[in-house]
Design a protein around this ligand. Sequence first.
Ligand SMILES: Cc1cc2nc3c(=O)[nH]c(=O)nc-3n(C[C@H](O)[C@H](O)[C@H](O)COP(=O)(O)O)c2cc1C
Length: 317
Amino acid sequence: MILNIIKDNTLMMAPLAGYSDLPFREVVKKFGADITVSEMISVHALAYQNKKTLKMVEKSPLENPFALQIAGNDLEIIKKAVELINTFKDTIQILDLNCGCPAPKVSHHGSGSSLLKDLDKLVSILRLLREVSLLPFLSVKVRLGFDKKIPLEIANALNDAPIDYVVVHGRTKSDGYKKDKIDYNSIALMKQTLKCPLIANGEITSKEVAKQVKEQTGADGLMIGRAAIEKPWIFTQIKEGLEESVSLRKKVILEHFDRSIEFRGDYGVIMFRKNLHAYSKGLRGASDFRNLANTLSDPKETRKVIEDFFNTTDFES
Ligand SMILES: Cc1cc2nc3c(=O)[nH]c(=O)nc-3n(C[C@H](O)[C@H](O)[C@H](O)COP(=O)(O)O)c2cc1C
């Protein structure tokens, strides 16, 4: 028998389209993220195997366990996508179904969060995935509902699905990402009902919040998204405490930058601009640094600008 993959206090890095690529996931792995997840990949793209998609399936040897997240609702296309995924059965451990994405290009086509409007369909997709997937584990990432909260209905439906764990982002699709809508009590209700482990997600930004969310929800583990873009070291902070410093930031950023360039070539410089925005938050001179970074496209020059900035800046008081 395969034991469950979720240990008590598991910390997961959230899937973040446009951010959680291989170089970024390597960074969070080094800072103690237990499980990493790919960006969401459409089953159509997998079934028709375009080059960009295959790059999204790549993982680092550091990532184990690694979850590949798919979005889709057409059973035939899903089966075709899983045929490709099965060729990675020796390196990818978890197949994750996205049932939370609010983006119109996903939810308007019956995938992502719109599966929360048809729980029978959601369960039938999970059953199909368990039947055809050769990956050892299967999981699902949900919100609390589509336009209204239905945590108990979702939890009861998922109890009929052959899954190893559920990630719950504590908002409905209609709530988008509004900070004040986060609802840990509804996650707690799901935890009391679900038979499998639950990972709580949403607005976890520090060790203190992590502790409070764990207590309030009773979750088996936590998933962190946007806070890790600014501070990928948040996983170590939660596990064992870690003093933030500008020199730590500099070290992490340069390593992340170098890996991004290796992974994407010179285009990695442009892709990295958004990371520089996040990494410079709260530092003196950040605004000028960002303006300058937005004009750069040469890797060597950009690296020098990063070094110069982080050698001289400090936390804004
Ligand atoms: C830019 C961005 C991209 C995201 N991409 C995905 C995705 O590909 N798959 C997914 O399940 N959720 C995605 N999410 C949702 C996050 O995984 C997470 O559930 C949400 O941000 C709440 O967690 P946080 O408050 O810790 O960020 C995305 C969120 C953001 C802001």
